[in-house]
Design a protein around this ligand. Structure first.
Ligand SMILES: NC(=O)c1ccc[n+]([C@@H]2O[C@H](COP(=O)([O-])OP(=O)(O)OC[C@H]3O[C@@H](n4cnc5c(N)ncnc54)[C@H](OP(=O)(O)O)[C@@H]3O)[C@@H](O)[C@H]2O)c1
Length: 327
C-alpha cells in the first residue's frame, strides 16, 4: 500500500498517488473495458484510491466503467469526478478557447450543475461523490454561482468535498470564499511547471491540495511514446508536433539518462520528483496497463537526494518545453 497524505485542510487521507481514468476511453490508444476494470481495481489494491474521472470522458462511459470497477468495494475508492464540459450537442454552454486551437463548451450555471450531479450519481451508481470538481470555469457564469450550486450538493449529502480545475489563483480565492475548496486540479509535471509561480503559493496559503493532471506529460516523460496514431488525442497537443517534439525530446533526454543512472524508470523519476515538491501534491497518472500501476506506485518509495533534486531542477527548468498548453 502506498503512503497516504491528507487532502487539503478538510479532506481525508488518500493515497499520495491517485489514478487518472481518462486514458481508458481510447484518447491515447485503444482500451478494452475488461482490462480497464482490472486496471482500476489494481490501483485500488495498491492504495491509489483517488480515482479521477469526469462526466465528459467517453461522454459518460468513463463514469459507468468506474461504477463497475468499484462495485462491491465502494469503501476502497475515493471517487473524484468533474462536470462542466458540455458533451451533449443539444445542450447549451459558453465557448472556451484552448491553447490547442479548439474551443470547449462549458456550462457552470446552477441549473446545469444540478442536472450534471444527478447524471453523474446515476452513472457512478453511488449515493455520494467524494470529490466533485468544476472541470473548467464557465466564462459566462460567475464562479461564486457555480460553487454556490455545488455547495448545495454538499449540504444535501450528495458530495463530500468540492474541487476546481483549470482555474486561476484569483478564481480560487473567490470560490473559496463561498465554500471551502479541498483540491484544485491543474496540469503539473516536469514539463509544465507554471503552477509553481502563483497557483501553488495561493493553494498553500488557503490549505488546498494540488492534484496534478498529466503528471507524465501525457506519456512524453516516460520516454516511451513513439509515433502517434492518427486518432490519438495528443495530435492536438502542440508539444507533440513536428519541430516542437524533436526539440522537447532533445531537451528532456538528460532526464531519461538520469533515470537510468538512478536505476528507476523515467515515469518513476517524474512521479517521485512531483511527490518531493510537497505533501500537498497528488499526481494522478493514467495507464491502461495493470503492470504500470505497479511501476508507478513504486515511485512513492523513491527518495531523491537534494543533489539529485538540484540536478533535475537544472535540466527541467520551468519554461523549457516547447509548444502551447491546453489551459
Ligand atoms: N482536469 C483536467 O482538465 C484534466 C486534463 C487531462 C487529464 N486529466 C486527468 O489526469 C489524468 C492523467 O493525465 P493523462 O492521462 O493525460 O497523462 P499522464 O498520466 O501524464 O500520462 C498517461 C500516459 O502515460 C503512459 N504511462 C503511464 N504510466 C507509464 C509507465 N510507467 N511507463 C510508460 N508509460 C506510462 C500511459 O500509457 P499506457 O496507457 O499505454 O500505459 C498514458 O498514455 C487523466 O487520466 C485525467 O484523469 C485532467
Amino acid at each position: 500500500m502506498i503512503d497516504r497524505r491528507q487532502l487539503g485542510m478538510n479532506g481525508p487521507a488518500v493515497g499520495c498517488l491517485g489514478y487518472g481514468a481518462m486514458v481508458l476511453e481510447g484518447y491515447y490508444g485503444a482500451a478494452d473495458d475488461r482490462q480497464s476494470i482490472a486496471t482500476i481495481r489494481h490501483a485500488l489494491d495498491l492504495g491509489l484510491n483517488m480515482i479521477d474521472t469526469a462526466d465528459a470522458y467517453g461522454n459518460g462511459h468513463n463514469e459507468t466503467l468506474l461504477a463497475q470497477a468499484i462495485a462491491g468495494r465502494r469503501q476502497d475508492a475515493f471517487v473524484a469526478t468533474k462536470f462542466g464540459i458540455v458533451f451533449d450537442d443539444a445542450a447549451k454552454g459558453s465557448d472556451l478557447p484552448t491553447g490547442w486551437g479548439f474551443s470547449l463548451k462549458i456550462n457552470g450555471r446552477p441549473s446545469y450543475v444540478r442536472k450534471a450531479l444527478a447524471a453523474s450519481l446515476k452513472r457512478l451508481a453511488v449515493d455520494t461523490i467524494d470529490l466533485w470538481y468544476a472541470h473548467y470555469p464557465d466564462p459566462a457564469t460567475p464562479i461564486e454561482e457555480t460553487v454556490g450550486a455545488m455547495a448545495e450538493a454538499v449540504r444535501a449529502g450528495q458530495v463530500r468535498y468540492i474541487g476546481l480545475s483549470n482555474v486561476t489563483a484569483a478564481q480560487i480565492r473567490r470560490a473559496h470564499a463561498v465554500h471551502p475548496i479541498t483540491a484544485v486540479q491543474f496540469e503539473y509535471s516536469l514539463w509544465r511547471r507554471e503552477a509553481e509561480t502563483e497557483l501553488l503559493p495561493t493553494l498553500r496559503e488557503l490549505g488546498i491540495a494540488l492534484v496534478g493532471w498529466a503528471p507524465l506529460g501525457s506519456g512524453f516523460l516516460t520516454g516511451s511514446v513513439g509515433s502517434l496514431d492518427k486518432n490519438d488525442f495528443r495530435q492536438n497537443n502542440p508539444r507533440y508536433a513536428g519541430e516542437n517534439l524533436a526539440a522537447n525530446r532533445e531537451h528532456f533526454s538528460p532526464l531519461m539518462s538520469m533515470a537510468m543512472e538512478l536505476g528507476v524508470s523515467p515515469a518513476q523519476l517524474s512521479l517521485a520528483w512531483l511527490l518531493h515538491q510537497g505533501r500537498d501534491i497528488f499526481p494522478i497518472p493514467g495507464t491502461r496497463r495493470p503492470e504500470r500501476i505497479e511501476e508507478n506506485a513504486k515511485a512513492s518509495e523513491i527518495r531523491l537526494a537534494p543533489e539529485v533534486l538540484g540536478r533535475i531542477d537544472e535540466i527541467a527548468r520551468p519554461g523549457l518545453a516547447r509548444g502551447a498548453t491546453l489551459v
